[in-house]
Design a protein around this ligand. Structure first.
Ligand code: HEM
Length: 225
């Protein structure tokens, strides 16, 4: 029998360890859902633009891209500024991006195209801007499906992490979709593209730095042996 003397006493925590910024996740959750009642209210009171379907379609697309960019910024913010709180929001922001991208697509499919699959197929195959949007949505699907802790365990962290790099591909496709949609005034898409590029550059630097550190410590380990 193991002696109890060497064993650490398992004292149940009376007060669980406090999470810093406990309001952060619920606050962001409510913030991400807030546009829905606003859009419904504006629609019900006739406050949408002259073409309400186009207005709703664009708002859902814009929300999807904004939240996708926000989720892609979480890790670069930690690398550059040490703000680790963003990492706790990454999954939620990514899932909300997928949620709004799905609403965007469903508005297009059901309301704009009246479920005419032939017309949708023609649009996807003939208009580059629609094809790129479609590819962005398709890229987001495996990421949403594998976003649970159970899936991380089942796939193994390394494979899961490799798959989730696709989020940057979805971001690039979403930004390109936006650039081709606006055509002339590229100021807003340029902001999205710059954020994405800055995030990618920071992550690239971080990967190189980590690899160098690993190589140096393995060399130091070999020299000590
Ligand atoms: C099958 C997938 C998709 C289809 C068919 C589609 C289609 C469309 C259409 C028809 C428009 C409006 C164009 C116009 O009014 O001239 C639009 C706008 C837009 N879409 Fe998509 N889209 C898709 C996926 C996505 C995804 C995944 C994102 C984001 C990640 C996205 C972001 C946007 C943005 C930002 C706009 C412009 C919004 C604005 O002007 O304020 N779309 N899309």
């Amino acid at each position: 029998m193991a002696s109890s003397a060497g064993r650490a006493l398992a004292i149940p925590r009376l007060f669980p360890k406090k999470t810093p910024l406990p309001w952060l996740k619920p606050g962001v959750f409510v913030g991400c859902l807030a546009p829905i009642p606003v859009i419904v209210w504006r629609g019900a009171t006739g406050r949408l633009a002259a073409d309400p379907v186009a207005s709703i379609l664009n708002q859902f697309g814009y929300l999807a891209l904004t939240l996708l960019m926000a989720s892609l910024l979480c890790t670069p913010l930690k690398i550059a500024g040490g703000w680790s709180w963003g990492v706790r929001l990454r999954r939620m922001l990514g899932l909300f991006a997928f949620f709004y991208a799905s609403l965007h697509f469903l508005t297009y499919l059901i309301v704009d195209q009246s479920l005419n699959l032939r017309a949708v197929f023609d649009d996807v195959t003939k208009r580059n801007f629609i094809l790129v949007g479609f590819l962005a949505l398709v890229t987001l699907i495996p990421l949403a499906i594998t976003s649970t802790n159970g899936m991380v365990r089942r796939m193994g962290f390394v494979r899961w992490k490799r798959l989730h790099r696709l989020a940057y591909v979805a971001g690039c496709l979403g930004a390109l979709h936006f650039i081709w949609r606006v055509k002339v005034d590229l100021r807003e898409p340029a902001i999205f593209a710059s954020i994405l590029a800055a995030g990618l550059v920071l992550r690239g630097f971080d990967t190189v730095r980590k690899r160098r550190r690993k190589r140096r410590s393995s060399r130091a380990g070999a020299a000590a042996r």
